[in-house]
Design a protein around this ligand. Structure first.
Ligand code: 1HE
Length: 257
């Protein structure tokens, strides 16, 4: 389960998953992709949220191009499906995942970031899809997830023209939900993860597993799925005690941001 390019550190209820291949800009070899899958498959039950970040000057340079061999169509299909399986474990795994971004978030690195639930980017972050200029296509779920963040038109432009988004524009178009000063993405992501870890587990489950599916359903089916999820969440003892705490003045009020 351990891999030389992936470090997993459990701090109370938060798992910190770090790409540690900085010398190669955290390029994702097949072994590293499988290690990411295994990491999210095997998180201890005490973990309630995770942070993923990358060592060195860049979050992730995407697919390890040195492994890009001549593959026939069948092998290419299975390689892409391996990425899908791994990033599926990030998106639909046991806990919400917060990506701490800096430097290059490109190609498969952007696909990895897109599978996370919250993205925090520092001021050095930049986003690109160099697949277009390398004569290949996205294969790690980017064609599904990236249009949902920024729209198909912007993704098409990025791949056709090699356009690079800087941190500010990336936040504006929807790559990241948070933009923070240089060098502070990890601290912010950890702060958010600790906050997320305090939520009722069923609420986090609903947000990870029900919301994205509801958002893809036709409205009349979505309303019914929402009602079913709401009924299950509100019936949990934890929901009852949290609401009771508020009514008894023991829980925090919503404060102006
Ligand atoms: C790599 C990779 C890599 C760096 N695979 N080895 N991704 C790309 O097309 C992006 C390619 N990388 C870059 O454009 C740049 O490396 C960066 C902008 C990310 C960083 O630049 P820089 O100047 O900080 O580093 P560098 O000198 O380019 O790279 C340092 C080392 O990392 C160098 O190796 P060295 O042995 O000469 O030191 C690089 O060769 C190596 N390196 N990026 C392998 N990607 C599921 S499909 C997904 C499809 C894709 O992701 S395609 C997009 C691939």
């Amino acid at each position: 389960m351990t891999h030389k390019d992936l470090q997993i550190d459990i701090q109370d209820s938060v798992a910190i998953v770090r790409l540690t291949r900085g010398a190669k800009r955290n390029a994702l070899s097949d072994g590293l992709i499988l290690a990411i899958r295994d990491a999210f498959d095997n998180l201890p039950a005490t973990v309630r949220a995770a942070v993923i970040d990358g060592e060195g000057p860049h979050f992730c340079a995407g697919l390890d191009l040195s492994e890009l061999k001549e593959r026939d169509a069948g092998a290419g299909l299975h390689h892409s499906r391996m990425w899908h399986a791994a990033l599926e474990r990030v998106q639909y795994g046991p806990v919400p995942v917060i990506a701490a971004l800096h430097g290059a978030v490109v190609g498969g690195g952007l696909e990895l970031a897109s599978a996370c639930h919250i993205r925090v980017a520092d001021a050095t972050t930049f986003y690109a899809l160099p697949e277009g200029s390398r004569g290949i296509f996205v294969g790690g779920g980017g064609a599904v997830r990236i249009p949902r963040l920024i729209g198909a038109a912007r993704m098409t432009d990025m791949m056709l023209t090699g356009r690079v988004y800087n941190a500010q524009d990336g936040e504006r178009v929807g790559f990241a939900q948070y933009l923070v000063p240089e060098g502070t993405a990890f601290d912010k992501a950890l702060e958010l993860a600790r906050r997320v870890a305090e939520n009722a587990p069923l609420t986090n489950y609903a947000l990870m597993h029900a919301l994205p599916r509801i958002a893809e359903q036709p409205a009349d089916q979505g309303f019914l799925t929402e009602a079913l999820m709401a009924a299950i969440a509100q019936s949990a003892p934890e929901a009852k005690s949290r609401v009771r705490d508020f009514l008894e003045g023991k829980a925090a009020k919503v404060k102006k941001g």
